[in-house]
Design a binder for this molecule. Sequence first.
Ligand code: DAH
Length: 342
Amino acid sequence: MGIREELERIGKDTLQDLGKVTDTQTLEQLKVRVLGKKGSLTALLRGMGALSAEERPKMGQIINEYRARLQEALDRKMDELSAREKEARLEKEALDITEPRDKVEIGAVHPTQAVLREVLDCFTGLGFEVVEGPEVELDHYNFELLNLPKNHPARDAQDTFYVDDNIVMRTHTSPVQARVMLSRKPPIRVVCPGRVFRADEIDATHSPVFHQIEGLVIDENVTMGDLKGTLDAFARKLYGEDITTRFRPSFFPFTEPSAEVDLTCFNCRGKGCRMCKGTGFIEVLGCGMVNPHVLEMCGIDPEKYSGFAFGIGLERITLLRYGITDMRLLYEGDLRFLRQFR
Ligand code: DAH
C-alpha cells in the first residue's frame, strides 16, 4: 500500500473511532495510538526515508497537514468531552438540600451540670476564681492538712476508698483548699467544683461518687459576717429573693467555729412541706471560719489573715432545685428522664 492510501486509511479510521469515543480516557488512548511516539501516523512519517529525495518534502507536507487536522479534531473532541464530564461530576456531587434526612436527637444539659453552671456563675460574679484539684489525692491533703490526723475519730465518719496507705480517692473537695493555700498568697477567693468518692451503698440519697463545690476566702479581717453575706447572696441569686439562710452550730475539724447551713425550702418557700419535713428549711452545705491551725499548716499567718470556707453538695441542691426525689435518676442516663430538661 502506498503512503497516500495508508494516510487516508489512518485518517478515515481515526475519524470513525473519534465518532464513537464517549469519554476522555478512551480519547486519550486513541490520540496515543495515532499521534503518539509509536502511533500509526508517526510511523508513517518515519517510513518516508524510503522515498526519493524529491518526493520526500511533498509527502512530508501532506502528512504534516493531515496530522494538524487530526490533532485539531482530537483536541476539539477532548474539549467537548471534558466539559461534559465536568458537568456530570458537578451534577453528581451536588447536594440535594431538599432531601429529607434522619432525625437528629438533640441533647440537653444534664441537670447537675446546669446547676453547677449557675453556682459557678454566681460565685465568679462575686469575684471568685474556679480552681480544680486531683480526684486521686494524697492522704496528706485530704486529711492531714485539714486537721484530721491519722487516728482522728472524724476520719471514721468518712468511708474512704484507699488506693494505698497514703493515697485516697478524695472524700471531699476540701483538699483543694489546702493546695490553694500552699500555692498562693492571700487574698484568696476560689470555688473548687469536683467529683468526690465515699464507700457508700447506692440509695435514693447516697452514691459512692458525687460532687461538691468547695469555697475558700482568705484575706485580712475576714469575718463570719462575710461568710453569711456571701452565702445569703448565693442563696438569693440561685433560688430567689425570698430565700434566706439559717446557720446551725456544727463541727468540722478544719473550721472553727463551724456551721451547717439550711436554705428556705424551695418547694414550699418556707411554709413547710413533705420535702422539708414540715420545717420550711433544707440543709445544703457545711461551712465555717478556717481553723487557725489549718492556716498555719498551709503556710498562712493566722495572726494576720483569717478566712472562711464552705462545701456545697451539688447533687443535693440539684435534687431540691428540680424537686427530684431519687438521686439515682441523676446517674442512670435514662433518656426519658433527661429529655425533661431540654
Ligand atoms: N468537706 C465537708 C464534707 O465533705 C464539707 C465542708 C464543711 C467543707 C465545712 C468546708 C467547710 O469547706 O468549711 O462534709
